[in-house]
Design a protein around this ligand. Sequence first.
Ligand code: URA
Length: 416
Amino acid sequence: MNMAQLFEKKKHGKELSQEEIKYFVEGYTNDSIPDYQASSLLMAIRLMGMTDEETFYLTKAMIESGDVIDLTSIKGFKIDKHSTGGVGDKVTLIVTPIIAALGIPVAKFSGKGLGITGGTIDKMESIRGMRTELSSQEFIDNVNKHKIAVAGQTGNLVPADKKIYALRDVTGTVDSIPLIAASIMSKKIASGADGIVLDVKCGSGAFMKTQEEAKKLADAMTAIGEKLGRKVVAHISDMDNPLGRMIGNKLEVVEAHALLSGRMEETHADLLEECVIISSLMYQVAAGADEQTATAAVKRVLEDGSALAKFEEFIVAQGGDVADIVQNDTAHKVAVTAQQGGIVDTINALLVGEASVALGAGRLTKESALDYDAGIQLVAKKGDKVAAGDTIAYLYSNSEITQDTINKVQSAYKMA
Ligand code: URA
């Protein structure tokens, strides 16, 4: 077997066998297959697609490329969630303490942000003292004691994905449904949870731009999970508009805390609604509850303060300082005003995401340093009435804020 046979076959739309897929994944991970041959195969997959069987074998080979986390010493049904990435998506920070407050163990491994999509690990690290690198024993002990631990992915979890993703990122092969499905599901399965709720984002600020694509990705991921013996549910949510009011690491932590504290004036109903849906699904999967019972349970722990108490317990358990959950002043702050009056119809999530990266809240490359306090506050949201000249957003940064960034946020607002 050799790589030329594989990419010739895929180039003509033929199906690869399990052995061929394994050969590629093993060979590329152990450096015996060069980048140029791997990228040729990835491009053929991007253009010709993969069957469900091929996607499953790809996921399986990727899982087998590294360690699989053993969570069997945690009692109960372990639940995880994954978002395919969005702008202002701080849902994990809110739903994980809700579920833990309901007594369900949450064992979650999260990633750093790249490009316009933020990452939970960066948000957590914006809190003074908060540790995201936990030994496996500490991770397990925290879940057993507090019902919640969220940590960065460990060194040898799906090494094949690290290499393949880095190559896809620079060869125009990220936007492939089978490759995304295998990449996400290999990491989720290797992380050891029994059930996974997938939040598939759809719209201008997401990988999937249409409902049809989002549905295909959701179906591909649930099929893989079920074949590997996990309970998986997917929900498709809007990412044409940023979620909530805040975009930026510390700003999003402050917003999550405000929502859990019931200070709705500091956040927005779209975020609350999304968090109730996702946590209700997590509870349905983990506890076998019906939708009505699960949603009522979620609302109860939000209203009685136990989700907030769990959030603070989780921060302290991982070394974080709850008193540091405050918006810090930044060296620069700019008010963005509406060019014209009307009702806000959409706030283009892609443009807002790009502006947040320019302010220092996101990374352009894996090595970029972050400004944890940088970001955007959306004063006006979809459906709000504004007059020309009204402040619609604030930009925060510790670096100079350019006119280009201001224009980007201004032009993201489309009035009806
Ligand atoms: N997130 C991932 O982890 N992998 C992809 O391929 C795309 C998004």
